[in-house]
Ligand binder design. Structure first.
Ligand SMILES: *Cc1c(COP(=O)(O)O)cnc(C)c1O
Length: 412
């Protein structure tokens, strides 16, 4: 204990011991950032291909976001949802104008957005299908958050361990397996309607950067329409331009009935949202709430990210830089065939799939850190790269060069 805290005081800032130990943190303390770069407290510079886990869409210390938030701080910060604010109305209008959705509920995180979606699904099932105990189908290897219902929706036993009993009513199927979903629905609906919704990520992020199959989602869309089941998409990680389209479902050629978003929406300021089509807008006053949800500061952040996506043509940048990054990663697979197996992803969410039996994702991430490149695991076998959407061609090359050096050090 004494040795441990001595060691941690060498690598961590004062106060680290006072923070609960829920994360296995890297021994680095970042003090400032600029664009795709972060500096630690010793002045060392790191190339950031994590972006706060797909959050800092405009990079670090973006001057436009900084100015917009400073101005908002001086005007209005928080009034609660007992009243309207122009910022919330404007951001809701932007989301509905730029998606197939008709109305928005604001909250503060991805997990909260999914909580809202789960409550919506249950109430929808009750109102529209007369379901008393609503069932929701989700995928194995999914990730929907850490609150009790979003954790229960998450199809990964390792996250459930130690936290049972889970919230009831979730049923897991393999991702991209349409016959499995159909069988699951048939089984649950055998004695009358029971399934309220299917909740899926358009691309599984945390679960290994696994893109959805357009054929599967098209068939699922049709089945949900036939049965009156909601298709809800968790766009928390891939929404807001991360994939080169504004929303992940655009890669799948379908529209969800409802969708959740968070990570990239505020560019680093916490905000989450559930957006719904009119026909499933079943929540009434008193059904759901959030004190902070959609406050003027958070909505100003969202509005600024939205405006900058357009003004700086960031979707085009994501497409071009994504292609460059994907191509570079493919070259690394060819160069390091004993370490790397494949590359998966859309736009600026790319996964380098590692070979079984070799160094795992945690080891590669550690090696990259040594070479001042920040990347993040997605499961045990995939290294995930989710840089700011503003990354330049030269910066993509720098990231690839550092990754190459790190892989080289692990032995070709
Ligand atoms: C990160 C993530 C969440 C949880 O978001 P929090 O803001 O951490 O609660 C939910 N779903 C997906 C797909 C995510 O990537």
């Amino acid at each position: 204990m004494a040795v441990d805290s001595q060691l941690s005081s060498l690598i961590s800032p004062a106060g680290a011991d006072a923070v609960m130990n829920t994360y296995r943190r890297f021994p680095v303390t970042f003090t400032h950032g600029q664009g795709c770069w972060l500096w630690d407290r010793h002045g060392e510079r790191y190339m950031d291909c994590v972006a706060g886990i797909a959050v800092c869409s405009l990079g670090h210390s973006d001057p436009v976001l900084q100015q917009a938030l400073s101005k908002q701080l001086g005007r209005l910060q928080h009034v609660s949802n007992l009243y309207f604010t122009p910022e919330q109305g404007e951001l809701a209008t932007w989301i509905t104008a730029n998606s197939p959705m008709d109305a928005v509920f604001f909250c503060n995180s991805g997990a909260e957005a999914n909580e809202a979606a789960i409550k919506l699904a249950r109430k929808y099932g009750r109102c529209k299908r007369g379901i008393e105990q609503a069932r929701i189908i989700t995928a194995r290897a999914s990730f929907h958050g850490r609150t009790m219902a979003s954790l229960s929706a998450t199809g990964q036993p390792k996250y459930h361990q130690g936290f049972t009993p889970l919230v009831e009513g979730f049923h897991y199927v393999d991702y991209n397996d349409f016959p499995a979903i159909q069988q699951c629905i048939d089984r649950l609906d055998a004695q009358g309607p029971a399934v309220a919704a299917v909740l899926l990520e358009p691309l599984q992020g945390e679960g290994g950067v696994q893109p959805g199959d357009p054929g599967v989602f098209a068939a699922l869309r049709q089945l949900c329409d036939q049965r009156g089941i909601l298709l809800i998409l968790d766009e928390v990680q891939v929404g807001m331009g991360r994939t080169g389209q504004l929303w992940g479902h655009q890669h799948l050629g379908i529209e969800p009935d409802a969708m959740t978003m968070a990570k990239g929406l505020g560019g680093g300021f916490p905000i989450g949202a559930l957006a719904v089509k009119r026909h499933c807008d079943v929540l009434q006053p008193g059904d759901h709430a959030s004190t902070f949800g959609g406050n003027p500061l958070a909505c100003r952040a969202g509005l600024t990210v939205a405006a900058e996506l357009k003004r700086r043509h960031l979707l085009t940048n994501v497409q071009q830089r994504g292609e460059q990054l994907g191509r570079g990663l493919e070259e690394l697979v060819v160069e390091f065939p004993r370490l790397c197996a494949a590359v998966r992803g859309w736009g600026l969410i790319q996964g380098l799939v590692l070979r079984e039996g070799g160094p795992g994702a945690a080891q590669v991430v550690q090696a990259c850190l040594q070479h001042k490149l920040l990347v993040v695991p997605a499961g045990n076998q995939v290294v995930r790269l989710v840089p700011p959407l503003t990354i330049s061609g030269a910066e993509v090359d720098t990231a690839l060069m550092r990754l190459r050096t790190a892989l080289g050090g692990l032995g070709a």
